[in-house]
Design a protein around this ligand. Structure first.
Ligand code: 13P
Length: 255
């Protein structure tokens, strides 16, 4: 099954006008072709980064989106329509930091997915278990519950135009990466789960791994059959590190 590799950089709450210009200019100069590269800067910087990306195939993602569909009195929120309006193609939903720090529930995440689909944006749907959940043998149950909430609410067709990201919470920003074998096991489990609903959608669904992906562990992760790329946090802020991950993704497709 041919699936193009995808490397997405989640900048989280980092960046400045000056730093962004330097980072994006380094990326546009040396990014490999034939893989999909997505950047998710803070929403405030999307338009500036978009202008800098003119003529480049690098795509943009929001880091979050409002669950409400209609414009209105929702202070601080940004709608899917607004992202579409400025030419953003993706938005991250269900990141564990939003689930943990902003009490986002499975059903809220599902609503956000629907809002994105209504506007023709693709969700990057994050799932992942905590350390306690992994140690008590619940990793599969947790990611399955998180993904099923989206499928049940939006329909499996949503996944025909979406990216799934497995991000074990214990590996995010900790320097602890899941071993390629452990990550592959969950990726295969997730794909198998989608197969029950629709085999074709499951075959084409890109499943990214996220959690301390660095230049030196990317190649071994990308060599796994169900790991279709990475959702990168910290290393996406350093041009040379992010580029090295992008080049590892490209090399894994050739090999
Ligand atoms: P780190 O790469 O910094 O561990 O972050 C991963 C992540 O949360 C990407 O969304």
């Amino acid at each position: 099954m041919y699936r193009k590799k995808i490397v997405a950089g989640n900048w989280k709450m980092n960046g400045s006008v000056t730093k962004n210009v330097q980072l994006v200019s380094a990326l546009t100069q040396s990014a490999p072709d034939n893989i999909e590269i997505i950047l998710a800067p803070p929403a405030l910087y999307l338009s500036g980064v978009k202008a800098q990306l003119m003529g480049s195939s690098i795509a943009l993602a929001g880091q979050n989106v409002a669950a409400e569909g209609q414009a209105g009195a929702y202070t601080g929120e940004i709608s899917a329509q607004m992202f579409a309006d400025i030419g953003v193609s993706y938005a991250i939903v269900g990141h564990s930091e939003r689930r943990q720090y902003y009490a986002e529930t499975d059903s809220l995440v599902a609503k956000k997915c629907l809002r994105l689909r209504e506007q023709g944006l693709k969700p990057i749907i994050c799932v992942g278990e905590s350390l306690a959940e992994r140690e008590s043998g619940q990793a599969e149950a947790v990611v399955s519950r998180q993904l099923k909430a989206v499928i049940d609410y939006c329909g499996v067709e949503l996944l025909a135009d979406a990216i799934l990201a497995y991000e074990p919470v214990w590996a995010i920003g900790t320097g602890k990466t899941a071993t390629p074998h452990d990550a592959q096991a969950i990726h295969a489990f997730l794909r198998q789960l989608v197969t029950i609903y629709d085999k074709n959608i499951a075959n084409y669904l890109p499943i990214l791994y996220g959690g301390s992906v660095k230049a030196d562990n990317a190649a071994s992760l990308f060599s796994m059959p169900d790991i279709d790329g990475a959702l990168v946090g910290g290393a996406s802020l350093v041009a040379q590190d992010f580029l090295a991950i992008c080049h590892a993704a490209k090399a894994s497709m050739v090999g």
